[in-house]
Structure formats: structure tokens, C-alpha cells
Design a protein around this ligand. Structure first.
Ligand code: ZN
Length: 166
């Protein structure tokens, strides 16, 4: 049983440029990647988030961790391969945009293709809250924030609010 030090990582906040950079696919899930994933999980819980993407902790790789309330999961190189016709609008927050809530339209159900933490390719369908969280985190992997999902009016209002705070 090795000594495994958990670290809380710094969360990148808007308007950090790191959030907008392209994110590379992970080639090999080695010890370094596994350590990053476990630090991301701790960081997500410490910040009371339901999801976290690697660029949010300053690492431009395609990794997300999610927990909609029933279990913690980590996905490497996740992709949405199918979406339902049905969608739903709900308010979302983001650890990179503290104090901001935006109504975001998301697909109700999605099918995801991803590597699990063992590096095995898996496919699964999910819906509701977990589907929403995964869509939000995959948006981060594409350099997209909830801000980009808001209408122009809301977006302007939020940017004004955020830049007044800085
Ligand atoms: Zn977010």
C-alpha cells in the first residue's frame, strides 16, 4: 500500500486563456494521468462541484470527472456519439464562473464513447442530470463555457458582472 498524497488543484477561472485552449487526447493512462484524475476528483468534491474537466485545473487534456450524486466516474477522451431529439433547459453553474448561473439547453439523453480509467473503450447511454453534466464537461474539452451557451443579452450581462468584479 503506497503513500499517495492527494493534492487540491487550483481551479482556472474566467477569463483564463487556459479554458479556451485546445485539449489533446490522452495517449496512455499512466500513473501520472491516474494521479491527475484522483487530484481532480478531490478538487471537484472540495469545491462542491458535480463535474470537472482537466483544462479547469490548468491541464489541456481530454479528461473529465463527474458525479451526479450516485457515483464518481472519470472519462478519458470522451465523445458524444448520439443525442436524443428531446432536450431540456435548466440552470447551470460552473466552478470556473463562480456565482454565475445560466439557463442552458441540453440534450435529454446522450450516448457516450470513452475510455475508462483502465484504458478500456466503453459505450453507454445516460439521461437527465448525468447527461447534462457530461455535456457541460465535454463543452470544456472543446473550449466552450456556459457563457457561450447563453443568449447575447444574458452573455453581455454576465460579462459585465464578471469584469466589474475583477
Ligand atoms: Zn464548468
Amino acid at each position: 500500500f503506497g503513500f499517495f498524497k492527494i493534492m487540491l488543484l487550483k481551479i482556472e477561472k474566467y477569463p483564463s486563456k487556459i479554458l479556451l485552449k485546445p485539449n489533446q487526447k490522452v495517449e496512455v493512462i499512466d500513473e501520472k494521468i491516474k494521479k491527475l484524475i484522483s487530484d481532480m476528483e478531490e478538487t471537484m468534491y472540495a469545491a462542491e462541484g458535480r463535474g470537472l474537466a482537466a483544462p479547469q485545473v490548468g491541464v489541456n487534456l481530454q479528461i473529465i470527472v463527474v458525479d451526479s450524486g450516485d457515483k464518481l466516474q472519470a472519462f478519458v477522451n470522451p465523445e458524444i456519439i448520439k443525442t436524443s431529439k428531446k432536450s431540456e433547459i435548466m440552470e447551470e453553474g460552473c466552478l470556473s464562473l463562480p456565482g454565475i448561473e445560466v439557463k442552458v439547453k441540453r440534450f435529454w439523453q446522450i450516448e457516450v464513447k470513452t475510455l475508462n480509467i483502465e484504458g478500456k473503450e466503453i459505450k453507454f447511454k445516460t439521461e437527465g442530470l448525468l447527461a447534462r453534466i457530461i455535456q457541460h464537461e465535454i463543452d470544456h474539452l472543446n473550449g466552450k463555457l456556459i457563457l457561450d451557451r447563453a443568449n447575447l443579452f444574458t452573455r453581455r450581462k454576465i460579462i459585465k458582472k464578471l469584469t466589474n468584479k475583477i
